[in-house]
Design a protein around this ligand. Structure first.
Ligand SMILES: *[C@@H]1O[C@H](CO)[C@@H](O)[C@H](O)[C@H]1NC(C)=O
Length: 314
């Protein structure tokens, strides 16, 4: 009897061991290393709203994070606003490590934009919603626009990194809500060391404008308007590294003394020189951003008073 049990046991033992080994190997295959997990979750960093809350970040990444991209977008209330912001969000949520800073030209956060930002949810992009009104005296044709909003975005970024223990790699650019952005543009700008530049399509009364590059250096500007500007470039045509923004705390967009069309030059003059510019997009020979303009919406048949049975946000 005893020997029977023993022989049964000895027959089953190798099989049991085999099953244990297989289960073990299988579970090993299903748990990817932390680095792979991180690569699939580009928005591992939480947006501002969650700052201060306890963070669950058990697995610190082994490899250095991609430089963060801050996109500063001034926006104002108009019939196409929600359509433009939706278009932009659909682009930005495909970009890893992008933080969207949406700055309303308004004395309060409007309901429309607040609802829009709340609706971005987990699919991203992480978004910080700011607001600052343009003083009425500056709301005149011929005066530069969105100055206060861009400065509010810059101030937020500087504040956020004020007490950072070590300078974090990053880059910022000014993403107006009517432009169209190729995903390639973000790959190009992410490696910006100081200030990088690239062509812009459909701008300045031409099919494109671009920095003229010789031997890898910017030597002039192909532009239809005032090529004598120190930096004859559109707001959509450059990115600045976080380090440059932090080490030049006085660099902001000026109201006083800034002539129309000189905003970009006046700003860039404070932080860099033409010789230092880093040409992107194959030495500035590819258009990866377009200064698209939404046609003015025809609302000629819009009733004076609300006639529909439901109220719909557009
Ligand atoms: C840009 O031009 C420089 C100098 O002519 C060259 O070495 C470099 O490979 C070019 N870069 C690209 C991306 O075409």
């Amino acid at each position: 009897m005893k020997s029977l049990l023993l022989s049964r046991f000895l027959v089953l033992l190798p099989w049991a061991l085999l099953v244990i080994i297989m289960l073990d190997a299988d579970s090993g295959r299903r748990a990817p290393p932390p680095a792979a997990l991180l690569a699939r979750r580009p928005h591992a960093q939480q947006p501002q709203q969650h700052e201060g809350a306890p963070r669950r970040r058990e697995a610190e990444p082994q490899q250095p994070l991609l430089p963060i991209i801050y996109a500063i977008t001034p926006t104002y209330s108009r019939p196409v606003q929600k359509a433009e912001l939706t278009r932009l969000a659909n682009t930005f949520r495909q970009v890893a490590r992008l933080h969207w800073i949406l700055v309303e030209d308004s004395a309060v956060r409007t309901e429309l934009v607040s609802r829009f930002v709340a609706g971005l949810t987990a699919a991203g992009p992480p978004c910080t919603h700011l607001h600052v009104p343009t003083p009425p005296r500056y709301k005149r044709p011929g005066l530069p626009r969105a100055t206060e909003q861009r400065n509010a975005g810059l101030a937020w970024i500087r504040q956020r990194h004020l007490h950072a223990p070590a300078p974090q790699p990053g880059v910022l650019f000014f993403a107006d809500d009517d432009n169209t952005y190729s995903l390639e543009l973000f790959q190009e700008m992410r490696t910006t060391r100081k200030v990088s530049v690239w062509p812009v399509g459909l701008v300045g009364g031409r099919r494109y404008e671009r920095p003229i590059v010789e031997k890898g250096k910017v030597v002039g500007w192909y532009t239809g308007w005032r090529a004598d500007r120190p930096f004859a470039i559109d707001m959509a045509g450059f990115a600045v590294s976080l380090q440059m923004i932090l080490s030049n705390p006085k660099a902001v967009f000026k109201r006083r003394g800034s002539q129309p069309g000189m905003q970009e030059s006046d700003f860039l003059k404070m932080i860099t020189t033409v010789e230092e510019l880093e040409p992107k997009a194959s030495n500035c020979t590819k258009v990866l951003v377009w200064h698209t303009r939404t046609e003015k919406v025809n609302l000629a048949n819009e009733p004076k008073y609300h006639l529909d049975t439901v109220k719909i946000e557009v």
